[in-house]
Write a new protein. Structure first.
Length: 127
């Protein structure tokens, strides 16, 4: 087996793995974006009422509030957060969830490796 043939074989295996994993990950990232919608930055007021901390924010024309969750900061005052445009009742203190970004990044990397492997595996056909 010549070195160029070995390179083409390795590249073809990488293209199958890369495209086989990358394209489904990109589809999952797209579906998550459609389900969640974009996250818009907002200001959230954290207030204390009856010994419990509440988060309050405006979403569109409506005033919303909910109790703070266990992992969220427990100090009263103003803080930044994000709200989903598909469901304005879903507000988060801090950054939006990273799941979509991680899946999208992995999908791009795997798809890029797959496309590069496909191109390299086709090189021996033209030499």
């Amino acid at each position: 087996m010549q070195p160029l043939d070995t390179l083409a074989l390795v590249a073809e295996v990488l293209s199958w793995i890369g495209l086989g994993l990358g394209l489904p990950l990109l589809i999952v990232a797209m579906l998550v974006r459609l389900a969640e919608g974009p996250w818009l930055p907002i200001e959230i007021a954290v207030v204390e009422r009856d010994g419990e901390l509440l988060a309050r924010w405006f979403a569109g024309d409506d005033f919303r509030e909910r109790m703070l969750r266990r992992g969220e900061p427990a100090t009263a005052g103003w803080t930044t957060g994000v709200v989903s445009t598909n469901d304005p009742t879903r507000a988060r203190i801090g950054d939006p969830p990273h799941f979509r970004r991680v899946v999208r990044t992995l999908g791009i990397v795997f798809t890029g490796v797959g496309v590069l492997g496909l191109i390299v595996s086709l090189v021996p056909l033209f030499l």
